[in-house]
Write a protein that binds this ligand. Structure first.
Ligand code: UD1
Ligand code: CA
Length: 471
């Protein structure tokens, strides 16, 4: 084999455990970091590293785990069932028994280590291959190694075995070199070794880690030094929060390096599927969830929460805007405190201002809903002005109805539009009107009682009321 192109190799990822330490109904490996399940991060790293096949061992919550994996990776992952969770060694046994054709090198990973970099995996496979080692693994040192398996070395400094935290002697517990749980193992050896595992340990399980001692009996184990900040395993909610923060920080730094202006590298929450173009700017505590696209020159100010939103060039999203499944046109302005609900399409240079809510509405170029309005099921043309406190009465208790405002319409403040209703091009609706019928183009619609002024009445009224007041 040429050393720079290792043979085809496979990955086995263990994701059948319950994760009791999470104290959550969800299977542990489906807890999310930056919008992706833990196990998806691991599968992605293995595929990125060049695994030709990727077998995921599922068990606890398998329907949900399988659904998440196949939605994300389709044919690129194969599922193997571990019906009872009898330990990590047993999980690997399930995978190799399910597939007799596994050959070459097998990379075994745990589905709860979401920060693993693909480059380290590739390196581990290549180095193990080149050394001809039955088993290669990564080790790392930690100031607080508790919870992790410890690396026991022999007199010559070679890796001798791994001892689990719960099985450590007092001396072993002090070892600060830990097992992050990445192994590149020759398939033939793995098959033999797994068959020899026994459950004589504190947890009465089959430990995958015992395979290390079996490899060391036969020859030298290859070991690579890793950095534990990118190899942490998630066992409880604290680990999840810490791993999440590490991933977020890493993503924020990548974005900043690519030319996105970022107010605070530690206060940015961007899901992995979002795209932010260089030249965009993101304020502190901005959350971009699902698939958002933020184009160059757009500015998302502090505290905005956007889910599946496209923000076009030079748009300005002011503080504390919440938007979902919507698009914000070029140079448009939204917020502060606006709520764009699903299917809001804002045209170029349009404006939605404070305390306005929109839903299933298109707003044409240059149109404005500046203050305190509800605009639902609307088809709004260009250069339309919607005054403060306007309500689209779109729901009759049974069905939603559409309000159409043609180009150039002016809606005065405190108007209710009872849908279905159309206001024709250039029409003017006077403040306080309840629009129940279509308004023809260029007409004025007004519906309010006529105002009467009674001269001097206020003073007389006040005097009368004062006289009545009890002392
Ligand atoms: C494991 C290692 C430990 C290492 C640590 C690194 C073993 C025995 N111990 O411990 O040396 O330091 O990871 O993070 O391997 N799983 C199954 N089936 C099972 C049991 C577990 O698929 O029967 C899966 C889990 O879903 C999980 C992974 O294997 O994704 C690891 O299991 P976990 O119980 O978290 O192992 P640790 O105690 O962390
Ligand atoms: Ca773990």
């Amino acid at each position: 084999m040429p050393t720079d192109s290792p043979a085809r190799w496979s990955a086995i990822i263990l994701a059948a455990g319950e994760g009791t330490r999470m104290r959550s109904k969800r299977p542990k490996v489906l807890h999310e970091i930056a919008g992706h399940a833990l196990v998806c991060w691991v599968v992605e790293a293995a595929l990125d590293a060049g695994a030709s096949r990727c077998l995921v061992v599922v068990g606890h919550g398998r329907d949900d785990v399988e659904r998440v994996l196949s939605t994300r990776f389709g044919e690129r992952v194969e599922m193997v069932l571990q019906a009872e969770q009898r330990g990590t060694g047993d999980a690997v046994r399930c995978a190799i028994e399910a597939d007799a054709s596994l050959e070459g090198r097998v990379l075994v990973l745990y589905g709860d280590c979401p920060l693993i970099p693909a480059a380290l995996l590739r390196n581990l496979v290549e180095k193990s291959d080149r050394a001809g080692a039955d088993l290669g693994l990564v080790t790392a040192t930690l100031s607080d190694p508790s919870g992790y398996g410890r690396i026991v070395r022999n007199a010559t400094g070679r890796v001798h075995r791994v001892v689990e935290d719960g099985d450590c002697s007092a001396d072993e517990r002090r070892i600060d070199e830990v097992n992050p749980g990445l192994y590149a193992i020759r398939a033939g050896f793995l098959r033999e070794a797994i068959a020899r595992l026994t459950p004589d340990n504190a947890q009465a399980q089959l430990y995958l880690t015992d395979v290390v001692a079996l490899a060391a009996e036969r020859g030298e184990v290859l070991d690579l030094e890793g950095d534990m900040t990118e190899l942490t395993g998630v066992n409880d909610q604290r680990d999840l929060a810490l791993a999440s923060a590490t991933r977020r920080r890493r993503m924020a730094e990548e974005l900043a390096r690519s030319g996105v202006q970022i107010a605070n590298l530690d206060a940015l929450y961007v899901d992995a599927e979002c795209e932010i173009e260089p030249g965009a700017s993101l304020g502190a505590n901005v959350h971009l969830r699902g698939r958002c696209l933020v184009r160059a020159g757009a500015r998302i100010d502090v505290g905005c929460v956007l889910t599946n939103v496209v923000v076009d060039k030079n748009a300005n999203v002011l503080p504390y805007t919440v938007a979902t499944d919507s698009s914000i046109g070029e140079g448009a302005q939204v917020g502060p405190f606006s709520h764009l609900r699903p299917d809001t399409r804002l045209g170029p240079r349009s404006k939605v201002g404070n305390f306005s809510e929109t839903k299933k509405t298109t707003l044409g170029a240059g149109s404005k809903v500046n203050h305190l309005s509800y605009v639902g099921n609307g088809e709004i043309g260009e250069r339309v002005n919607i005054g403060a406190g306007t309500i689209f009465c779109n729901y009759d208790g049974e069905q939603k109805h559409t309000t159409v405002l043609e180009d150039g319409v002016f809606i005065g403040s405190d108007t209710q539009l009872i849908a279905p209703v159309t206001v024709g091009r250039g029409a003017y609706v006077a403040s306080g009107t309840t629009v129940t019928e279509d308004v023809p183009a260029d007409a004025l619609a007004i519906s309010r009682t006529k105002q009467v002024n009674k001269e001097g009445y206020a003073a007389r009224l006040r005097a009368r009321l004062r006289r009545k007041k009890k002392p």
